[in-house]
Design a protein around this ligand. Structure first.
Ligand code: NAP
Length: 331
């Protein structure tokens, strides 16, 4: 049986859609999955374009950190043939071959049974980005910040994590202030539930002073660097900042004052290694919100062939929402 996969090779073109056989898949894990949908995240764009050393395996390699589909073969009694599953993180698409392939072998330890009420397609509109946004929302809630605490600022707001954070926070009743570098994105962000839009440029110079006027009860930050420095200095007493990204850079230059004089909590979010109990709780939360939110309005559906171009666009900060990869015609 032959099928299509996007393969990274050490050639000038770097990627091509190739026809593979099941025997070409590395013998790995205890399940074989038929992949219906994948998605594009920041890490995928790094892997596909070759920016940064995100692939920690020999080439050739199949990227794609997210996938959803059905079990074809399994030696784990928890996953019978035909059961619908999703997978995000655990190094898939970085260390082991990932979701840009109609079939993939993997470990059942990494899978989440598809929550009832969520389709495989919806789960990949969510993907790592939406899952990370939900972990961030749950961190804000679990650290005792109810909606009446005040506005939550979301940075990198038009990106995958940012768009989902705006939608999920607004649906959970929070006042959301969206920070974006895209002037034209105002109506998109208001449509997702943001009550105010601020230009990224007002945060990019970093903190004006160690403790600035407190403006935010909390934050979901996917940008890092000077933008996060600025947010920390403007976070109100006992605020919660969920740090989940580095789209603007990985360095953080701050002081201890927000932490020791305002009790600000800086919470790290790592969706990749998130253990199964909070992982499944977050997916249940996403399933519950899917009843009131139309995830489709931020989705752009593309084919495997269109992945390299979309990844190039993402690297240039140019995509809005979530790119969903349809593998159903790929074998
Ligand atoms: N911790 C985790 O588990 C986890 C999971 C998923 C993603 N992440 C990280 O979160 C970040 C966002 O991921 P994503 O998938 O949402 O990527 P994305 O779709 O590319 O979104 C990133 C957004 O950040 C803003 N941005 C882009 N370049 C920037 C720059 N140079 N300076 C400041 N802002 C910039 C843009 O939004 P605006 O134009 O609206 O400002 C862009 O849309 C990445 O760093 C990714 O590695 C972490």
């Amino acid at each position: 049986m032959s099928f299509s996969a996007l393969v990274v090779r050490d050639t000038p073109e770097r990627t091509s859609v190739e026809s593979l056989e099941l025997d070409d898949l590395p013998l790995h894990g205890n399940v074989l999955v038929e992949v219906d949908w994948s998605s594009i995240n920041f890490k995928d764009a790094l892997a596909v374009t070759g920016n940064g050393n995100i692939i920690r395996a020999e080439l050739p390699f199949v990227p794609g950190i997210d996938l959803a589909g059905r079990i074809i073969e399994s030696s784990d009694p928890a996953y019978s043939e035909g059961s619908a599953i999703l997978s995000t993180g655990w190094g898939v698409g970085e260390v082991t071959w990932g979701g840009y392939s109609r079939y993939q072998r993997m470990s059942s330890d990494w899978l989440v049974p598809l929550p009832q009420g969520l389709s495989t397609r919806e789960s990949m509109i969510v993907g790592t980005a939406g899952f990370t946004a939900m972990l961030s929302l749950q961190a804000i809630q679990e650290h005792g910040l109810p909606p009446e605490s005040g506005p939550i600022v979301v940075t990198g707001a038009t990106g995958g994590v940012g768009s989902f954070s705006v939608m999920l926070l607004a649906a959970a009743g929070y006042e959301v202030v969206a920070v974006t570098g895209k002037e034209e994105a105002s109506s998109y962000l208001k449509g997702l539930g943001a009550s105010e839009i601020l230009p990224r440029s007002t945060f990019e110079d970093g903190a004006r002073r160690p403790l600035d006027k407190g403006r935010w009860a909390g934050c979901v930050d996917s940008v890092g660097s000077s933008v996060l420095e600025s947010v920390l200095s403007q976070t109100m007493t006992h605020g919660v900042v969920a740090a989940c990204g580095l789209a603007g850079g990985h360095r953080l230059n701050t002081t201890v004052f927000p932490f020791i004089l305002r009790g600000v909590r800086l919470i790290g979010i790592d969706s990749n290694t998130c253990p199964q109990p909070p992982r499944r709780r977050a997916w249940q939360g996403l399933r519950d919100l899917a009843r009131s939110i139309d995830f489709d309005r931020i989705a752009h559906q593309i084919s495997l062939e269109q992945v390299p171009e979309a990844c190039g666009q993402l690297m240039n900060g140019g995509i809005q929402g979530r790119y969903l990869v349809d593998l159903r015609q790929s074998g």
